[in-house]
Write a protein that binds this ligand. Structure first.
Ligand code: SAH
Ligand code: SF4
Length: 410
């Protein structure tokens, strides 16, 4: 299905103003039920009403997707006025929405300042596929790590996103894709589990999610809450470059699927590609994977492996990979390197990638090659970069011309 058909005409530069710009009122989005109850109590909601109010508001926010208190029709008018006076549930501002010629969508979102800070911008990407759709969510503005093949890694860390900001990316995508039920669906409706445009989410946007553990945990637990957004934890994948101490906690406290950005099977090479390896080398990383809670053949770990020409793409590397993963229920995801302006790496030749994949398949591992999506709008893995360091239009046109010359219009 072509998503562009089902949406309002693609907007080139919609600027959806948001009352959040004022940046003053606290939000009710991204709070645990307990935090929401405390917030309501703080504005005078009676103790005996708290549970009921929290579950009403939870349903409006996460099942119905409202972003305006006035749409909460089963909440009395004076209560709505109180909520409006003290809180916000507004969406972030959409600075830019781009639609790729393959249907991939990328939003540049602006969040208001936190405290004395400045507004920040992050990117969120939606990838429609046959019968499903995946939303790639950012966890930080920039990244403190410096993986040498990753565009985000060239941008310094500006700050962690809050649970609200992480969750808002999902809410906003569902708004834009028409994924929330109609206004006139019965009050208290449950979220349908079939036919969703956003059926899966991956924490694979900007940032290292395990360096923002608490906010990511809160947001993902809300996204998977059965009385709300109700996404199955099997359809949520968290990708990490290998923050070993938080890997066990991810399985234990969040319970989502795990992906590891492996990219090299020897410490000397991984130290260069994924420098966090110097702190948590391969042996520790693999031990942490073996101990991942809930690991089984049905819940395998995905190992991501970016294919870099003449760097990590030899058959020796493929053999090393099989050796390294021995005893771990695993899937291997081969990612053709997505180039960005200024990188010194090149993507492996297609024939090399296929040979690598065949070798791994023969060893009994599923090893899908991830088709690059949204390259024309720089929405593919590792191409995200925002804010002041975004490409100027002239740079972008030159880059696009280079891509077309190298790859044809794929
Ligand atoms: N920080 C987390 C999640 C975000 S990156 C992590 O590193 O796992 C999501 C995936 O894209 C990671 O596997 C990352 O290594 C990969 N990636 C980064 N830059 C890339 C590029 N230019 N081409 C292809 N994949 C890339
Ligand atoms: Fe950060 Fe992940 Fe990019 Fe590494 S690959 S720089 S951890 S976003």
């Amino acid at each position: 299905m072509d998503v562009t058909e089902t949406l309002a005409a693609p907007v080139k530069k919609p600027v959806v103003a948001s009352p959040l710009d004022a940046g003053v009122k606290p939000t009710l989005i991204g709070l645990t039920r307990e935090e929401m109850a405390d917030a309501l109590k703080g504005v005078g909601v009676a103790e005996r009403q708290l549970r009921m109010r929290v579950s009403q508001i939870w349903n409006w926010l996460y099942v119905r997707g409202v972003s305006d208190f006035d749409h909460m029709t089963n909440v009395a008018k004076d209560m709505r006025e109180t909520l409006k006076k003290h809180f916000t549930i507004a969406r972030p501002e959409i600075v830019e929405e781009q639609v790729s010629n393959d249907g991939t969508r990328k939003w540049l979102l602006r969040f208001p300042p936190r405290g004395a800070g400045r507004p920040v911008e992050v990117e969120t990407v939606y990838i429609p596929e046959e019968g499903r759709g995946t939303l790639c969510i950012s966890s930080q503005v920039g990244c403190s790590l410096t993986c040498s093949f990753c565009h985000t890694g060239t941008q310094r860390l500006v700050r962690n996103l809050t649970a609200e900001e992480i969750l808002s990316q999902l809410l906003l995508a569902r708004d834009r894709l028409g994924d929330f039920p109609d206004r006139d669906a019965p009050v208290g409706a449950m979220m349908p589990s079939e036919g969703r445009k956003v059926s899966n989410i991956v924490m694979m946007g900007m940032g290292e999610p395990l360096y923002n553990f608490d906010a990511v945990k809160t947001a993902l637990l809300i996204a998977s809450d059965g009385d709300g957004l109700s996404l199955s934890k099997r359809r949520i994948t968290l990708s990490t470059s290998g923050v070993v101490p938080e890997i066990f906690r991810t399985g234990d406290e969040i319970g989502v699927m795990l992906a590891i950005s492996l990219h090299a099977v020897r410490d000397d090479l991984r130290d260069m590609l994924v420098p966090i390896n110097k702190k948590f080398p391969l042996k520790e990383l693999m031990d942490a994977c073996r101990k991942y809670p809930g690991l089984s053949n049905a819940r395998r770990i995905t190992f991501e492996y970016v294919m870099l020409k003449d760097v990590n793409d030899s058959l020796e590397d493929a053999k090393g990979l099989i050796q390294l993963l021995k005893g771990i229920p695993a899937k291997i995801n081969l990612i053709p390197f997505n180039p960005w302006p200024g990188t010194n790496y090149q993507c492996s030749d297609w024939a090399t990638i296929e040979k690598f994949a065949d070798f791994i398949n023969a060893a009994g591992y599923a090893s899908p090659i991830r088709t690059p999506r949204g390259r024309d709008i720089l929405a593919a893995c590792g191409q995200l970069k925002s804010e002041s360091e975004r490409m100027r239009k002239t740079e972008r046109l030159a880059f696009e011309a280079m891509m077309i010359a190298n790859h044809g219009e794929d």
